[in-house]
Ligand binder design. Structure first.
Ligand code: CU
Length: 156
């Protein structure tokens, strides 16, 4: 084998692995229905001592060209979670469960105190898979797609 043959073989291998890397990047960056929804600033206010109800807040962005409906949020370590909205009714503040929350194409919904929030019931202790006080969140949309992220824990 001549030196030039060795060089071209190595060059081919380099070229092939670059191609493979490029294909991999294309696959990873492929925008799907899930990637078009983005959660930012997810945080979970842990229950007061002796209580088991927590609250989750986040910013939900719809970067797709079509409307999306959030229908459920599951929180690791909790038996049940509901999407809630605060409403002023006859001068009183009320919480209402929201079965389906529309996030319009290109729009965002902010979950924050005195607004939309996720009420988390029957929190157990920190789940085994949590790291650095992060709780896994799973958002489910009406089209069946899901979005998994983490909420940073904080206390009152
Ligand atoms: Cu609530």
């Amino acid at each position: 084998m001549t030196e030039s043959m060795v060089n071209s073989a190595a060059g081919f291998r380099r070229g092939a692995s670059c191609l493979l890397l490029a294909l991999l990047l294309v696959l990873i960056c492929q925008p799907g229905a899930r990637a078009e929804m983005l959660v930012e600033s997810a945080r979970i206010r842990l229950p007061l001592p002796g209580q088991s109800t927590a609250v989750v807040y986040f910013d939900l962005h719809n970067r797709s060209a079509r409307d999306q409906n959030l229908v459920a949020v599951a929180v690791e370590g909790a038996q049940r979670a509901e999407i809630h909205q605060h409403l002023h009714v006859d001068g009183l503040m009320q919480m209402r469960a929201v079965p389906e929350l529309l996030v319009g194409a290109g729009e965002s919904v902010v979950f924050q105190p005195h607004g939309y929030h996720v009420m988390v019931f029957a929190m157990t202790s920190l789940p085994a898979s949590a790291t650095d006080d992060q709780y896994a969140l799973t958002l489910t949309f009406a089209d069946g797609s899901t979005l998994r992220t983490f909420a940073q824990a904080f206390r009152y």
